[in-house]
Design a protein around this ligand. Structure first.
Ligand SMILES: Nc1ncnc2c1ncn2[C@@H]1O[C@H](COP(=O)(O)OP(=O)(O)O)[C@@H](O)[C@H]1O
Ligand SMILES: [Mg+2]
Length: 248
């Protein structure tokens, strides 16, 4: 079974979806057969890559999963679109429901043909995120360099620990990524110091700068490497991708 990287942080707006979109594109460019799974009912990863959300989420649909894979503009990258259907979200999230096991089953089954599966999680520590963590081999946590960056992290770490401690889990801490990095701000330097002191080597050396090209790219349905290959944001994501490929 390939790598399953869950991109999670219960806070919204920290760069989960942006990282999922750009990392997925770069892994595909690097020759990895990659699948991006949109698990967030907001479907930003789906619309941000220029596609439309599904009426039913493929993970709770009775059709074979592979019929729902969307071929993207990037060769080697497939997308499993998100769904805004409350009913589907409920089915996916309800732990007493057999659907919650479907992700894990799929990941070891039909999704096993991908080298890497990236899961873009919703901004919560609810069942959707927990289900994704339980099916993943790694969790990648973006942290925004802002005043409350560390707040709520202990809760998130606790949930990750609980999953890691389960005997059937293969989850490891894949890495922490500092996003919206502004080297000219004292606050950024402070967050950088604090996070690296606390988490050590788990923190990626690469940091993602605040860059308008990064935020513009999804409105064109493209990744930043495609939209603005020379931008600082694109270069930073290339560096991150290299680090992710080295950390196997
Ligand atoms: N490096 C960056 N520079 C500038 N804007 C960014 C950067 N990363 C993300 N953004 C913007 O910040 C907002 C939140 O990012 P997003 O990836 O959607 O976060 P999340 O998925 O964690 O909610 C979006 O509008 C996005 O375009
Ligand atoms: Mg998001």
């Amino acid at each position: 079974m390939g790598r399953v990287i869950c991109i999670a942080n219960q806070k919204g707006g920290v760069g989960k979806t942006t990282t999922a979109l750009n990392l997925a594109t770069l892994l595909a460019i690097a020759g990895q057969r990659t699948l991006l799974v949109d698990l967030d009912p907001q479907c930003n990863a789906t619309t941000g890559s220029g596609h439309v959300p599904s009426e039913r989420h493929a993970l709770v649909d009775s059709r074979p999963l592979r019929e729902s894979f969307v071929v993207t503009a990037q060769s080697g990258l497939s997308l499993l679109p998100g769904s805004r259907s409350f009913q589907d979200v409920d089915a996916l999230a309800n732990s007493s429901n057999s659907h919650s096991l479907m992700l894990a089953t799929h990941l070891s089954g039909s999704l096993g043909s991908f080298d890497t599966v990236l899961i873009d999680c919703p901004p919560s520590l609810g069942q959707l995120t927990r289900t994704a963590l339980a099916s993943a081999s790694e969790v990648l946590m973006p942290i925004q360099c802002e005043y409350f960056a560390m707040e709520g992290l202990t809760q998130m770490i606790e949930v990750i620990r609980q999953v890691i401690d389960r005997p059937e889990s293969r989850l490891t801490f894949g890495g922490i990524l500092l996003t919206m990095y502004d080297a000219t701000l004292e606050l950024t330097a402070e967050v950088d110091r604090e996070v690296r002191e606390f988490f050590g080597e788990v923190v990626f050396e690469s940091v993602i700068p605040r860059d308008v090209a990064v935020s513009e790219a999804p409105s064109h349905g493209r990744s930043v490497v495609d939209y603005a290959p020379r931008s600082r944001g694109a270069r930073a994501y290339v560096e991150l991708c290299q680090e992710v490929l080295q950390r196997v």
